[in-house]
Design a protein around this ligand. Structure first.
Ligand code: COA
Length: 568
């Protein structure tokens, strides 16, 4: 079928549905929901058989839903309505939640129901829930709705609040007052729940050090105590706020009035204010943990759940040190776990944007990632595995490929390209790694494609070695079982020996330093050259500049018209 996506953005859920529907043989074209006129134009150009709205912030124009079946993906159970579905589900301590696919009509979220899938809620932030449980349920519900639509004889069910299956209700937009933290009364559980209902947007509004700030990325602290509402310590990026019965770490902040009014690590934004606070080094019982190592038998696991998968220079350096330490242990395998939401999204674009010299910080950041990649590629003491629990983008994908094996959870989406960031050339030794693992031809098509990729395609192209069809928790358990099994095979040392020989042979053919130097020559031009495309694209990304048109890579219905326009 020809399916048109009408969506606010090509976000992770939209990308996943894009990949899944195409894998099921459908043709999908995307139009950003910019205004009614643009939406109507897209419909006229594409003449879709079905319209799907995976992520919309406003109503579909009447002229569209009256003529076409438009299926809206709503992150709520049957009968739930309103723009803050997940926020209320978290704040109201729902145990089970769901995704409903309903048909657009004159009333928002009140259309006939085509499919609904439910899931168990987890104690994580809204963004984490959206990227995992909501996305999985949405895929299931959309595929079901599409097959029902295609069958032609399915009659969607009108919303009926007397039906016992309909347990949702209409909720208003959640306001800051609904989730404001009352530091004198709220215990740690309540504080965390309020934060989770607001992560990663819009954050919890609060006043710290006399400044109005939006707070994100809250995690519990096990042992520190203090006067409720007071900032009592700092640790890496985070500050620690005492609650009535404990304390929480707050990793990220946004100050709308600041020169850099976007999300930044808390201690970066409050540099002067927190200078005198006691600094905690993370240990088992205390601190904000963004890198940790654990061992099980002969396998070492290195976790690095960096917020939003962004890896700043300092984080890369710390991770490299942790990695070198892991290599010094008496184990056989090191598994690079990333985090449950993202494995890595490459350089930290917000920190770069906030730096005194964005070019210098970009240079420092890419070199820090390269140093880490080099360490991984050159490891001859261990077999290395990148275990992708969550998505990876840009340099993050190639960093994962630096490991001997890449294992991915089935639903993971990869964006193995840099070009969308102002034609960035990219580094992380991709010019060595891609031809090595994917072959020269695949390497070229991967890097030119600029499209999200599912794990099955990534596997067929050599970007990924193994795919397990499980959710995050089951994926992690399966990774542990498999890694332990590989570490125990009698031929393990021969495998390591083969790896050493292969690396030596590759090195003698062309040293890694040459690959790096060539890649960085291009990157130097991206950062310091006359063409400022990278700086403009980064600015737009960090400031979330609204899109004025849909890229032709995904708006297939606009490709011929665009070509015609250029000719005329
Ligand atoms: N640096 C800083 N922040 C980043 C980031 C990065 N490299 N990659 C993602 N983020 C942030 C986004 O700004 C967003 O922030 P929010 O919490 O304020 O909304 C959040 O992570 C989620 O990103 P989003 O784009 O909404 O997620 P997605 O899963 O839909 O898309 C990507 C994933 C990877 C396609 C997209 O985030 C992207 O293009 N990132 C930039 C990758 C890049 O060019 N890196 C530099 C070159 S190595």
């Amino acid at each position: 079928m020809r399916i048109l996506f009408l969506t606010h953005a090509f976000n992770s859920l939209t990308q996943r549905l894009f990949v899944e529907l195409q894998a099921h043989g459908h043709e999908v074209s995307v139009e950003f929901d910019i205004n009614d006129e643009v939406a109507l134009e897209a419909v006229v150009l594409y003449r879709p058989e079905l319209i799907i709205a995976p992520f919309l912030k406003r109503a579909i124009p009447e002229a569209v839903w009256r003529r076409y079946v438009c299926l809206v993906v709503h992150p709520g159970v049957r009968g739930d309505r309103g723009p803050s579905a997940l926020d209320w589900a978290i704040l109201n301590r729902e145990k089970r939640w769901g995704v409903t696919v309903l048909q657009a009509n004159a009333e928002m979220d009140a259309g006939d129901i085509w499919a609904c899938c439910e899931f168990e809620m987890r104690d994580v932030g809204k963004a984490g829930l959206y990227r995992n449980e909501v996305t999985e349920a949405a895929v299931e519900a959309v595929l079901l709705a599409v097959s029902r639509f295609q069958a032609g004889d399915f009659r969607p069910k009108a919303l009926d609040y007397s039906d016992p299956d309909v347990r949702g209700e209409l909720h208003p937009l959640m306001r800051q007052s609904d989730r404001a933290v009352d530091w004198d009364r709220d215990n740690t559980e309540t504080v965390l729940r309020k934060f989770r209902s607001a992560d990663g947007f819009p954050g919890v509004r609060d006043r710290l050090f006399g400044r109005e700030l939006f707070l994100y990325d809250a995690r519990p602290e096990k042992s520190l105590r203090g006067k409720a509402g007071k900032v009592i310590a700092r640790c890496g990026a985070a500050i620690c706020c005492a609650t009535t019965d404990g304390a929480v770490w707050i990793g990220h902040l946004r100050d709308k009035q600041h020169t850099h009014p976007f999300k930044l690590p808390a201690t970066r934004l409050l540099e002067a204010e927190v200078e005198a606070l006691p600094e905690i080094l993370p240990d088992r019982d205390s601190g904000y943990h963004d890198i940790w190592y654990e061992e099980e038998g002969e396998v070492g696991y290195l976790h690095f759940p960096f917020y939003n998968g962004a890896m700043g220079s300092e984080q890369c350096e710390r991770l490299r040190h942790a990695y070198i330490e892991a290599c010094g242990q008496n184990t056989r395998i090191i598994v690079l776990m990333g985090g449950p939401d993202y494995w890595s999204n490459g350089m930290h674009l917000n920190l770069i944007e906030a730096a005194e010299s964005a070019a210098d910080e970009s240079w420092r950041n890419i070199n820090a990632i390269d140093d880490l990649a080099l360490e991984i590629i050159n490891t001859d003491s261990h077999l290395t595995i990148a275990a992708l629990q969550g998505n990876a983008g840009a340099g993050g994908v190639f960093l994962a490929r630096a490991a001997d094996e890449v294992w991915a959870r089935e639903g993971v989406i990869l964006n193995p390209h840099y070009k969308d960031m102002g034609n960035l050339y990219g580094s992380e030794y991709w010019t060595y790694l891609l031809p090595r693992y994917a072959g020269v031809e695949n390497a070229e098509s991967i890097i030119q494609a600029r499209l999200p990729m599912g794990t099955r395609e990534a596997q067929s192209l050599g970007l990924v070695n193994e795919v397990f069809s499980e959710d995050v928790q089951r994926f992690v358990r399966a990774v542990r079982r498999r890694a332990a099994r590989i570490a125990a095979v009698p031929a393990f040392s021969e495998r390591l020996e083969y790896k050493r020989k292969r690396r030596l042979a590759d090195e003698s053919q062309k040293p890694l330093q040459d690959y790096r130097a060539q890649e960085l020559e291009h990157m130097h031009l991206n950062f310091y050259g006359f063409d400022s495309s990278y700086h403009v694209a980064r600015y737009n990304f960090v400031y979330k500049a609204p899109r004025s048109r849909t890229p032709l890579t995904i708006a297939r219905h606009r490709r011929t018209t665009e070509r015609l326009r250029r000719v005329i």
